[in-house]
Design a protein around this ligand. Structure first.
Ligand code: URA
Length: 233
């Protein structure tokens, strides 16, 4: 890894400031001042910034239980960003893999590994996202089989020509269902239920691929993913 990148990944410095510190001679590698930003840091090299030993963080993979009234955005707007809940360095430079609406709660995956995030969200990869949905109107008992079939064969969303890709609808109670979708169109779950004349009252994402929201995380809490969870993508 280049020395300027290493400094960014081990301190709060931006790339530009890391370069300035390097040019000022504030960084040593194995005791020798290195001013070249492009210097490749060898394995097991002892890097010090202003005399303090620093270690590159490496890539970060996080699951967060998103509370309502937060945004999946890298800036705070009408509501704070979910990144404001991460008390870690450079949280706002992380990438939110797959966005939820402000009022949607549940599993959000956050990383600085662009390729991993792409594998999760790319439309060509099939990655199921499971939501627990509370509905305004009870689903009629005698129409449930028909509805399951409609969701499986594709729903026509308002303003879109193509049908939605196959979705799995599991009815838990007349106003509570699990919906698994493999794409992420704008307001998709809400629009799918609007298309069948119903309305979503609350939406909670429980799972993305095989990564399930950790039940020990209360709204607003987060944890790093396990190696198995990372490798599952
Ligand atoms: N579908 C929606 O309508 N909203 C979300 O936040 C996620 C899926």
């Amino acid at each position: 890894m280049r020395l300027d990148k290493y400094l960014c990944e081990s301190t709060e410095l931006s790339r530009a400031n890391a370069k300035k510190c390097l040019h000022r001679g504030e960084v040593t590698c194995n005791g020798i001042v290195v001013k070249n930003s492009a210097f490749k840091v060898p394995d097991n090299c002892e890097v010090r910034f202003l005399g303090e030993l620093v270690k590159a963080r490496g890539l970060r993979y996080i699951m967060l239980n998103k509370p309502a009234d937060t945004l999946c955005s890298n800036v705070d707007e009408v509501y704070p960003s979910v990144l404001s809940l991460l008390d870690i360095p450079k949280a706002y430079s992380l990438h939110i893999a797959g966005r939820l609406d402000a009022d949607t709660t549940g599993l959000v995956l956050i990383t600085d590994d662009g390729q991993w995030s792409h594998r999760l969200t790319s439309p060509v990869k099939v990655c199921g996202k499971r939501y627990r949905v509370q509905l305004a109107a009870p689903l009629p008992e005698d129409k449930i089989a028909e509805l399951i079939e409609r969701f499986a064969s594709g729903i026509a969303l308002k303003g879109e020509k193509a049908l939605t890709r196959p979705a799995l609808l599991e009815v838990l109670a007349p106003t509570e269902v699990l919906l698994t979708i493999i794409e992420g169109k704008y307001h998709q779950a809400k629009r799918m239920f609007a298309a069948i004349g119903n309305q979503v009252v609350s939406l909670h994402r429980e799972q993305v691929g095989v990564i399930a929201l950790d039940p020990s995380l209360r709204p607003g809490e987060w944890r790093y993913l396990t190696q198995d969870e990372i490798d599952s993508v």
